[in-house]
Write a protein that binds this ligand. Structure first.
Ligand code: SF4
Length: 292
């Protein structure tokens, strides 16, 4: 029961604790996990309910950047082989054109053409993730799912890769579903944000609005844990009691009621509805009885 929309050329940041279903959702969007119900529509055309043959064609329009740049590149293939593979699979261009396209992709992500003949172990983590970004861009996709794309990198390298992704988005107009558990990272790259808890969306809206005026108690708790980059700055930390319940056996009523600091009697029994919580024309919504 998760509904999201991403506009062309914009980034939707999807946040939540580990195990809340962010990656499953991202993979279901791409049909890497087959969704058991619901619809995925890309550029007005369905992705769900189409044959594998049609899906193969449509895979050109949607790509993924994986979390671990050490595991996501085949160690036995050169960068040329890795980046040319999507072009080979989709029969795009002649061999010389494919090689030129690989050169172009390397330039786009800030790597030199000499990198083509090298193997993944010859690169740093940040450079490997640049190769991962180049592979995702090889087919000129409309949508890229970036699944924790920078969380395995050092902080200084994270910033470089995030800036690269932002620059490429402006240049190429690709839409991103940016999945991360680090709210500061998501704030840096996202136009819109959606917060997930136990497989459900609990708050969504324009990033600036959600970050400056979070409405759902879970979003408030998550934001209170983001470090303030100022030695004098203080933020009242909201510590949530207990563990995340099992997603296969979620609590009745509001799934967050077992940990919510503002729980009310009805929260234990009645499932809250999604309510508009921002200005009249805002897309800011929260799923909470506080706004019923
Ligand atoms: Fe907390 Fe109740 Fe809102 Fe759920 S519905 S987040 S338990 S106040």
């Amino acid at each position: 029961d998760v509904s999201l929309s991403i506009e062309r050329g914009r980034t939707l940041g999807l946040v939540g604790e580990s195990g809340c279903g962010k990656s499953t959702l991202g993979r279901a969007v791409l049909r890497l996990h087959e969704p058991t119900a619901g619809e995925v529509i890309l550029d007005g055309q369905p992705i769900t309910g189409i044959s594998h043959r049609e899906l193969k064609q449509r895979r050109r329009e949607m790509q993924i950047i994986f979390q671990d740049p050490y595991a996501s590149l085949n160690p036995r293939r050169t960068v040329l082989q890795t980046l040319r593979e999507p072009l080979d699979l989709h029969h795009i261009g002649k061999p010389a054109e494919r090689r030129r396209r690989v050169e172009e992709l390397l330039e786009l992500v800030g790597l030199r053409p000499e990198a083509m003949s090298r193997y993944p172990h010859e690169f740093s983590g940040g450079q490997r993730q640049r190769i991962g970004v180049a592979r995702a861009l090889a087919l000129d996709p409309k949508l890229i799912v970036a699944d924790e794309a920078v969380s395995a990198l050092d902080v200084s390298v994270q910033a470089q890769v995030l800036n690269l992704i932002s620059d490429l988005q402006q240049e190429l107009g690709v839409s991103f579903l940016f999945i991360a558990h680090d709210l500061a990272v998501v704030q840096h790259v996202s136009h819109d944000v959606a917060v997930m808890y136990l497989g459900k969306l609990v708050e969504s809206g324009p990033a600036a609005e959600v970050y400056s005026a979070p409405k759902h108690p879970y979003t408030r708790a998550l934001l209170s844990a983001v470090p303030v980059p100022d030695p004098q700055g203080h933020r009242q930390r909201i510590v949530l009691p207990g563990d995340v319940p099992s997603p296969s056996n979620p609590p009745p009523g509001c799934p967050f009621h077992t940990r919510c600091p503002e729980v009310m009697p009805q929260c234990r029994e009645i499932v809250p509805k999604s309510i508009q919580v921002g200005a009249a024309d805002s897309t800011h919504r929260a799923v909470c009885h506080l706004y019923g």
